[in-house]
Design a binder for this molecule. Structure first.
Ligand code: ATP
Ligand code: MG
Length: 477
């Protein structure tokens, strides 16, 4: 049965004036009209494209890779779209496995690089396919195959709906994405409100992609954000965690944070931090967060590891400080107040973002060690603490933002020097060594299409894709 969802309306209405579905103005930009060159495409992706083409199928590079190549970027992964079904793709490649239920995909595996091959999807459901819509408009299942035009209009932003055809090296555009990329504007395909209701995570993607690409968010795409922000609470917490890693550990954390603030999303994503920032009139806590995110961006730019534990220690520090103050004002003993504040903030945040225990535990340790720095007692034991390095980096960060802790920083820097702990010697500070690593929350319920890819980053040897990592933050020397 056709859905009531306007996004499922035929792309072009018979009268030629579709009210909400995007009008298709199909366009092919020939090789000499764009900058994408085969030498910038992963050789494995080219292999997949050629083999599909040779078997008589349509084969296209699609999505983020085409967009990134058009703006001169370095795509982090190469996705392929085709009219071959997943089973047909599997029959062409020995190194292929089929994955996903909600969204069935073929993965062609070359060592650490995975080329994701998706069959063209359609939005309209004539009952023969496998598509399911939740009553509030969210997409639950999405396995209706269709044409390349169908596939284009069900993508999120026009810039993400461009296809590089291996048959003639042209770029195919059905939604005006080519022009939008040239104009550096991020525009949702179709009616923005409907598209956000279908998948509220698109709100975060808008902010993240605008930050990453330096694009402006189109007015009509930006307008619903503050109004629909509460829908984010319905998104799967595990998926929001993955999206946070992409947002904050890919080198554009500061811009992403400012975008979340600007569009009213921060108050939903990190409610207690947003409340604490609002209450903190001096702005010191916000400075501290921004300073921490700046450091994270600098580390990513320098190809140094970054850790989710440290990131969330930064992002939730304002919430922790506020909870701590409230408990102390009630007369709770300081050590007990610290422990309770750390637990409370973590538990509350888990309602929105599924922060796995292997990150939340070290995050809490980073916080709890801050008080021990102030005491300056049992120096040797603290220096040997597996989380010392990250906690010390955190202290440096607090000092950079408020200059209040200069004495403490000096004390602990000298303590390290006299103990012979050179900066950098404690690189492996145990984030990855936590026995809790297999707590089952990480990645659960994350649709394959949006989970961070554990793929090789081209030209970034040693890059960890932002989900592991061990170091603290820069400036600790
Ligand atoms: P990144 O640079 O982070 O990889 P991306 O746009 O490639 O950005 P992916 O999550 O890799 O993001 O998704 C690949 C493509 O799949 C997108 O370019 C877009 O066409 C489509 N897509 C991803 N998420 C959604 C979504 N929530 N709704 C509609 N289309 C989506
Ligand atoms: Mg991608």
């Amino acid at each position: 049965m056709p859905s009531q969802d306007p996004a499922n309306a035929p792309a072009t209405a018979p009268d030629g004036a579709p009210p909400q579905a995007p009008a298709l103005h199909s366009r092919s930009i020939p090789r000499d009209g764009h900058v994408i060159s085969r030498k910038d495409i992963s050789p494995n992706a080219l292999r997949v494209l050629y083999r599909l083409r040779d078997a008589g199928f349509g084969a296209y590079l699609v999505g983020g890779a085409v967009r990134d190549l058009l703006v001169g970027g370095d795509p982090k992964d190469f996705d392929v779209a085709t009219n071959a079904t997943p089973e047909e793709v599997k029959s062409l490649f020995r190194n292929c496995r089929l994955i996903g239920r909600r969204f069935r995909l073929a993965h062609v595996v070359y060592g650490r690089e995975i080329i994701e091959v998706a069959t063209f999807r359609a939005n309209s459901d004539d009952g023969s396919g496998d598509r399911q819509l939740h009553e509030d408009g969210r997409l639950l299942r999405d396995n209706v195959y269709g044409s390349i035009e169908d596939d284009a209009v069900r993508r999120d932003f026009t810039a993400n709906a461009l296809y590089y055809a291996i048959e003639d090296f042209s770029v195919r555009d059905y939604v005006g994405g080519f022009e939008d990329v040239q104009n550096r504007v991020l525009k949702l395909i179709g009616d923005p409100e409907t598209r956000y209701r279908e998948d509220p995570v698109r709100m975060l993607r808008a902010v993240r992609l605008a930050a990453k690409l330096g694009f402006r968010i189109d007015d009509a795409t930006a307008a619903p954000l503050p109004v629909l922000a509460p829908l984010l609470r319905e998104a799967a917490p595990a998926r929001l965690f993955e999206e946070c890693l992409k947002m904050f550990l890919s080198g554009h954390a500061v811009e992403s944070f400012l975008g979340l603030e600007r569009h009213g999303l921060l108050a939903v994503l990190l409610p207690e931090t947003a409340a604490a920032l609002k209450a903190n009139r001096s702005g010191a806590l916000r400075n501290m967060v921004l300073e921490g995110l700046r450091g994270t961006d600098a580390r990513v730019a320098a190809d140094e590891p970054v850790s989710p534990a440290f990131l969330f220690a930064v992002l939730l520090w304002p919430a922790y400080c506020r909870a701590l103050m409230a408990l102390q004002a009630q007369g709770v003993h300081p050590a007990e107040a610290q422990r309770r504040a750390a637990d409370r903030v973590t538990v509350h945040q888990l309602e929105t973002i599924a922060l796995p225990r292997r990150f939340s535990l070290p995050m809490q340790e980073i916080w709890l060690l801050q008080a021990r720095f102030a005491q300056r007692k049992r120096v040797g034991r603290l220096l040997a603490h597996p989380r010392f390095r990250a906690a010390y980096d955190f202290l440096v960060l607090r000092q950079a933002a408020s200059a209040e802790h200069a004495e403490e920083v000096r004390f602990w820097r000298e303590a390290q020097q006299s103990a012979g702990v050179a900066a950098g010697d404690m690189e492996g500070d145990g984030y990855d060594a936590d026995p809790d690593a297999a707590d089952g929350t990480d990645g659960a319920d994350v649709p394959e299409s949006t989970a961070p890819r554990r793929r090789r980053r081209r030209r970034r040897p040693g890059g960890n894709g932002g989900s592991g990592g061990s170091g603290g933050q820069p400036g600790a020397a």
